[in-house]
Write a protein that binds this ligand. Structure first.
Ligand code: PLP
Length: 380
């Protein structure tokens, strides 16, 4: 049986070379990083070396990097009202861990619609910011750097200017953008960004919230002085070490951006030649080079996903199965995509080592399934 083809890098990306070895070596360092003895200092040294590497990727100072249990916790830590009267705005296409609102009460959260291309609607945001100023409330905005389902890159720098002009604060979930396109705290203008190691080829269960110099956060987990009192609990030393190595390797992946984008574009062009009615979401805007969200009208993503899996290909669908009912993706819903088309949406996400041969095999398998489904529909 031939090897499986993994095209689900936006869900998680396999460990990059060198990460596993570094994690294993760190597991053998027994000290508690808060202990003052030599064993403790050795563990502390590993964390601080990793913090430097993550800070370099994030375009920030090492002391402004707070390690967390992942992107979800980083988002929850970021979303916290400051003293005063704040209102939280977020785009409807955010990850569920942002949509949950962190510590903002639900009544203080307003969702801003996305355009049909899957980008935050800047006019709607401008109106919302003006309204908040009229009411004397300060805006806290959360806008992801790139969407996990469509890959659509969001205008974070433009939004940063708008938000700062309105006296507000901007958080950006950069979990999908980091390491796939050039993006960092310094150039984005955001006040805080969230990162996750496993989307970069690091281990699962570790991430970071990175703050602009001088920005403070209210801890979510209290009861210890770790992470400059921003996050209590003994650090996940081996995970953090793996994150550091993956962050360091991210620049090598960035140099492959054009190559990955070319493969993705070829995949889409060949898929459209098989199914001319296929829709590629966010195709008209800047996207992550590795991501394609595609839908062939009349097909069901779940059926394709299962068929592809049985044939040895891992992809994902935008829909989520909850209580036995398949729900269309909230991202496509926020873009105003009809539910029938949204239910056909398949997400294919390439990695730095994806080959042309793998794309050829994906197209052969997918193409056969689509042709069979279409023939079946015509016969019915
Ligand atoms: N934000 C985005 C955009 C994501 O795609 C994900 C993961 O799917 C997360 C946050 C959550 O990250 P983690 O899996 O590290 O909790």
């Amino acid at each position: 049986m031939s090897e499986r083809i993994y095209l689900d890098h936006n869900a998680t990306s396999p460990l990059r070379n060198g990460v596993r070895e570094a994690v294993l070596a760190a597991l053998d360092v027994c000290g508690n990083p808060s202990s003052v003895h030599a064993e403790g200092r050795a563990a502390r040294g590993l964390i601080e070396a990793a913090r430097e590497k993550v800070a370099r990727l994030a375009g920030a100072r090492a002391e402004d990097v707070t390690f967390t249990s992942g992107g979800t916790e980083a988002n929850a830590l970021a979303l916290s009202p400051k003293a005063g009267d704040w209102i939280c705005y977020m785009s409807g296409i955010e990850h569920p861990s942002v949509l949950a609102g962190g510590r903002f009460p639900q009544e203080a959260i307003t969702s801003i619609l996305a355009t049909a291309d899957g980008v935050i609607d800047l006019e709607k945001l401008a109106t919302a910011l003006a309204n908040s100023q009229v009411k004397g409330r300060r805006p806290f905005v959360s806008l992801m750097a790139a969407n996990n389902e469509t890959g659509a890159i969001q205008p974070v720098a433009d939004v940063a200017s708008m938000v700062h002009e309105a006296g507000g604060f901007l958080h950006s979930d950069a979990v999908q953008a980091a390491g796939k396109v050039p993006f960092d705290l310094a150039s984005s203008g955001a006040d805080m960004i969230s990162l996750s190691a496993h989307k970069l080829g690091g281990p699962k269960g570790v991430g970071a919230l990175v703050l602009r110099e001088g920005v403070a956060v209210e801890p979510l987990i209290k009861g210890g002085g770790q992470e400059r009192r921003r996050r209590a609990g003994t650090e996940n030393v081996s995970g953090i070490v793996g994150f550091g190595v993956a962050a360091e390797l991210a620049s090598a992946v960035l140099s492959k951006t054009a190559e990955i984008g070319k493969l993705r574009d070829e995949l889409e062009a060949r898929a459209v030649s098989i199914a001319p009615d296929m829709v590629v979401f966010s195709a008209s805007v800047a996207r992550l080079p590795n991501t394609s969200a595609m839908a062939v009208p009349g097909t069901k993503a779940e059926t394709l996903l299962i068929g592809l899996d049985l044939a040895g290909v891992a992809v994902s669908s935008g829909s989520a199965c909850s209580s036995g009912k398949v729900e269309a993706s909230h991202v496509l819903k926020a873009m105003g995509i009809a539910p029938e088309l949204a239910q056909a949406a398949l997400r294919v996400s390439l990695g730095p080592d994806t080959t042309k041969a793998e794309i050829d095999r994906f197209i052969a398998i997918w193409g056969e399934m689509i042709t069979r489904l279409k023939r079946g529909r015509q016969a019915a």
